[in-house]
Design a protein around this ligand. Structure first.
Ligand SMILES: Cc1cc2nc3c(=O)[nH]c(=O)nc-3n(C[C@H](O)[C@H](O)[C@H](O)COP(=O)(O)OP(=O)(O)OC[C@H]3O[C@@H](n4cnc5c(N)ncnc54)[C@H](O)[C@@H]3O)c2cc1C
Length: 381
């Protein structure tokens, strides 16, 4: 049986392993960490990614464990609404709303479906030979032979830098992020609040928990002694329920990461027998909530294009071409939105907010049309 080795058991790697197994590949997933437990944060899964998950039979399990975005939109720090959206509008247009769940729930669903023995943890891949498909694991005596190698090793992908040595690395976008899951029942409707150089997102999850995220335009590498105190300093006077969420947050559970993106797209998402996907291929800012969604799309398209009995080189070339065309504008658009969130100048911010309010007044249809290119994707499109 043709053998595919997947490097990395994040959302992209796990989806790829399932999609390839579905198509008749024998799969081995090599993960450097001791478990597949992801960071304690939430995730918005958009209709395009739910369609990708349907291909591997996992869509309904995700829908069941998710909360629906509800009635929400974009707000100002004093609570006024700039634009409103409802889950019904999205569901009517795309067949599904955007759903919200913990990363652990999604990874649990995916990992739980892997073929017995496919996942090998504590395996850090040191090198991959694109000509032979030979994979070398750190500290292991043996090498693993693969017909296809899927590099799903994330934003700091060792495989990407080895295969594209001169390519510019992901760059700091000027924005840092915080994430936390907070127990606070009674919060309804997902919203994002934009201030001067600051954003705070509220995403109610199932079971009385709320996924909160925040961003601030600051120099790279800054860290606070207590990140929850830092959030209270920046957002403690913003509208309800933000102060209550910050009060209820466990300081030890607040994650902080600087945001990077790959400004120059790779020339291809494959070389020889190796395909790149997810953040290894196209790391993007989180502003469209599409990083993991695109990884899931990549995974099912890859499995569709490379058959265990077909012409691998031809299949990978099609995969590369299709996914570069799909993801490059999404990376660019996400980065442009990220730039708007960095604005601090009061006049520029007033103009930005006025434009958002005007777009909001034009109604959900106009706002949805903006999303069509991203959310209306289907595995057959
Ligand atoms: C603040 C923030 C919010 C976000 N919100 C959303 C959202 O709401 N919706 C959305 O779709 N996206 C969101 N994203 C983006 C999303 O998190 C990523 O795009 C997604 O997790 C990428 O998945 P991946 O599988 O490609 O990479 P990763 O999740 O990074 O997985 C890579 C895996 O490879 C393993 N690995 C690395 N190197 C090796 C090696 N040498 N050998 C073996 N294993 C290795 C790692 O341990 C890891 O498990 C957000 C990102 C951020 C920063």
């Amino acid at each position: 049986m043709a053998h595919a080795v997947v490097v990395g058991a994040g959302i992209g790697g796990l989806t790829a392993a399932l999609a390839l197994a579905h198509k008749g590949w024998e799969v081995t997933v090599l993960e450097r960490a001791a478990s597949v437990e992801p960071v304690g944060a939430g995730l918005a899964v958009a209709p395009n990614a739910l369609r990708a998950l349907d291909v591997i039979g996992a869509g309904d399990d995700v829908r069941k464990l998710s909360a629906i975005q509800g009635r929400g939109g974009v707000r100002l720090p004093d609570g006024r609404w700039l634009a409103r959206t409802t889950a019904e509008d999205a569901a009517a247009r795309y067949g599904d709303p955007i759903v919200l769940l913990t990363r652990a729930a999604l990874v649990g669903i995916l990992a739980g479906r892997l073929p017995q023995g496919a996942l090998r943890v504590n395996r850090r891949v040191e090198s991959v030979d694109p000509a032979t498909g030979r994979v070398t694991v750190a500290g292991a005596a043996e090498t693993i032979e693969a017909d296809l190698v899927v590099a799903a090793d994330g934003i700091r992908s060792r495989t990407r830098s080895a295969l594209f040595p001169g390519h510019p690395a992901p760059v700091y976008t000027g924005v840092t992020s915080w994430r936390a899951i907070v127990p606070l029942p009674g919060v309804t409707g997902a919203s994002e609040t934009w201030g001067r150089g600051l954003v705070f997102g509220v995403m109610p999850l199932a079971g009385g928990q709320v996924y909160c995220y925040a961003t601030a335009a600051v120099p790279a590498g800054l860290r606070a002694a207590d990140e929850r105190d830092e959030l209270l300093r920046l957002f403690g006077r913003w509208h309800d329920p933000i102060p209550a969420l910050l009060d209820a947050a466990d300081p030890a559970a607040v994650l902080r990461h600087d945001i990077h993106s790959l400004d120059t797209p790779l020339p291809a998402f494959h070389i020889g027998r190796v395909a790149l996907l997810g953040d290894a291929a196209h790391p993007m800012t989180p502003n469209l909530g599409q990083g993991a969604c695109q990884a899931m799309e990549d995974a099912v398209v890859l499995a569709e294009r490379v058959s265990p009995r077909g012409d691998l080189a031809a299949g990978l070339a099609v995969y590369s071409r299709e996914r570069l065309a799909r993801t490059t504008p999404i990376v660019r658009r996400s980065r442009s939105i990220g730039r708007l969130t960095r604005w601090r100048n009061p006049l520029a911010v007033a103009l930005r907010d006025g434009a958002m309010r005007a777009a909001g007044r034009l109604g959900p249809d106009v706002a949805s049309r903006q999303g069509d290119r991203v959310f209306a994707w289907s595995p057959r499109s």
